[in-house]
Design a binder for this molecule. Structure first.
Ligand code: CA
Length: 229
């Protein structure tokens, strides 16, 4: 269930908004003070904030700006004056949407839903992008733990997969064998670092066209390995 924070000093309006949102299945907290509202927005986990602009002490402009610097959640600004909309745009506060009073509760609910859906879509597409690494014909699907070379799947053991993924996640960075051993085998580097060499050889057999002239994982003599971009 999505959790919403309403920061609004007019209690009657806040309660009305809360009732309608709860009827639509949201969990809602109301804060009448701007100062406390800001603290809660920063310190607690909410999925969306409905923020009134005109608040005593700390106003909505200030809260919006501060929250946006720290958090990536949708902020819906509520304003009593149509003129404020120009100001909101001009200030570039990073608000996601705004609504002018008076508004119908159903309009508010629709805006909240639209903003939440947009954000969820955005976050999930970012997430899936991060789970796939694609470098020059090699595609690593981290979630499914699969590797494709020029579109063809190749079978990797757990450690081979971890080692390849680690190198590909740090392209062009030269790693010593000891560092790789520590990273992948999760033991003190006093272990047998020749294991790294063996695994690199096996990975190359699966991803390189010619293992004597590797195009992806390069040997830096006397140092270690790097994944070339
Ligand atoms: Ca107000």
């Amino acid at each position: 269930m999505s959790k919403i924070l309403i920061v609004e000093d007019e209690e009657a309006i806040a309660e009305l908004e809360k009732d309608y949102l709860e009827l639509s299945g949201f969990e809602v907290d109301v804060e009448n003070s701007g100062r406390v509202g800001l603290d809660r927005a920063l310190g607690e986990e909410f999925d969306l904030i409905i923020l009134d602009l005109m608040l005593p002490e700390v106003d909505g402009f200030e809260i919006c700006k501060t929250v946006r610097e720290k958090k990536d959640i949708p902020i819906l600004l509520v304003s009593a004056k149509k003129d404020d909309i120009d100001k909101i745009r001009g200030l570039g506060l990073g608000a996601d949407d705004y609504i002018t009073k008076p508004f119908s509760p159903s309009e508010l609910v629709a805006r909240v839903k639209a903003n939440l859906t947009r954000y969820q879509r955005l976050t999930s597409s970012e997430k899936s992008k991060n789970d796939i690494i694609e470098i020059r014909g090699i595609k690593i699907d981290k979630t499914a733990r699969r590797v494709y070379v020029d579109g063809e799947e190749r079978a990797f053991t757990t450690k081979e997969f971890d080692l390849l993924t680690f190198l590909a996640e740090h392209p062009n960075h030269v790693f010593k064998k000891e560092e790789l051993f520590r990273q992948i085998w999760d033991m003190d580097a006093l272990g047998d670092i020749a294991t790294v060499t063996v695994h690199i050889k096996k990975i190359r057999e699966k991803i390189e066209v010619n293992t004597s002239q590797p195009q992806h994982i390069e040997t830096i003599w006397g140092v270690g390995y790097r994944f070339k971009v």
